[in-house]
Ligand binder design. Structure first.
Ligand SMILES: Nc1ncnc2c1ncn2[C@@H]1O[C@H](COP(=O)(O)OP(=O)(O)OP(=O)(O)O)[C@@H](O)[C@H]1O
Length: 262
């Protein structure tokens, strides 16, 4: 079943979310158009990860979460997993499996009743591994990977899901600058080639400005600013929300660069 024609990829309407009845995100409205990249930024503990988990249906929440116009609550587990690929910030990595097996989990929502992967599933997994520069590690036990390699394996699993909406929680944590750029370039390529919609949290505000069309600044569980990077990344706003001393530089193409000031 497809979503409503022309509906945004993701809509949060009056969403409050949290843990054991304590809301840590309150009354949030966010609309993400199809094919857009929205970066959720904000200080530690602001509620960024919780917001992503609410969009994936992984935490208690009230309000409306719509995926391509369809209420998340009305979708079964498999339909949800086909619609949303979620890469957590600190994933639980199972013991005793190879990188390939782990990335194959991304195909689980697509498997038929016999739950056997097809040649097409294996090709999709091989493609995700190759794109993330993991082909040489395909048969290594997952637990033996370095931090950055694991991070890429987690993204490979989300990519193998081939969902229309990717929710990426701090996808560049632990990656060196080259691998961080390669990973974000790859996500951007997917977005352009397949029309995938991306919502990511990102602590690196300069990278967020370079890759996202729109930034959503969350502080203490509420959206306090949203818009194009040039509008959100102002020294005053960052001082107020992060208690940070920064100056905003601009690259020749007009993208803001957030530079800390001692
Ligand atoms: N599983 C949980 N149980 C209870 N409280 C939680 C849980 N996960 C997060 N919290 C609390 O919810 C609040 C928001 O956390 P969240 O992880 O969403 O913030 P964040 O903006 O992603 O932070 P960071 O930038 O540090 O990753 C914090 O106060 C945190 O302690």
């Amino acid at each position: 079943m497809t979503g409503s024609e022309g509906a945004p990829a993701l809509q949060l309407r009056g969403v409050s979310a949290g843990y054991r009845g304590r809301w840590v995100v309150r009354d949030v409205d966010v609309t993400v158009p199809c094919g857009a990249w929205v970066a959720v930024i904000g200080p530690n503990g602001a509620g960024k990860s919780t917001l992503l988990k609410a969009a994936a249906g992984l935490v208690d929440h009230t309000g409306e979460v719509l995926l391509a116009g369809r209420p998340l609550g009305a979708m079964g587990r498999a339909a949800r997993a086909r619609a949303v690929g979620y890469a957590p910030q600190t994933p639980e990595l199972p013991e005793g499996i190879t990188v390939t097996d782990y990335v194959l989990f991304g195909r689980t929502p697509h498997l038929g009743p016999l739950a056997r992967e097809s040649r097409a599933d294996l090709e999709i997994v091989a493609d995700a591994l190759a794109r993330l520069d993991l082909a040489d590690l395909a048969h290594r036990p997952l637990r033996t990977l370095s931090g950055g390699e694991r991070q890429r394996a987690v993204l490979a699993r989300a990519l193998a899901q081939r969902a229309d909406l990717l929710l990426l929680d701090e996808p560049t944590t632990g990656l060196d600058i080259g691998h961080a750029q390669a990973l974000l370039d790859l996500v951007d390529e997917l977005r352009r080639a397949d029309g995938t919609t991306v919502v990511s949290t990102l602590h690196d505000l300069t990278l967020a400005a370079q890759y996202a069309d729109e930034l959503v600044l969350v502080d203490r569980g509420a959206v306090v600013a949203a818009g194009p990077p040039v509008e959100v990344l102002t020294a005053d706003l960052l001082a107020a929300r992060y208690s940070a001393r920064v100056t905003i530089l601009t690259t020749p193409d007009g993208t803001p660069v957030v530079a800390p000031v001692r």
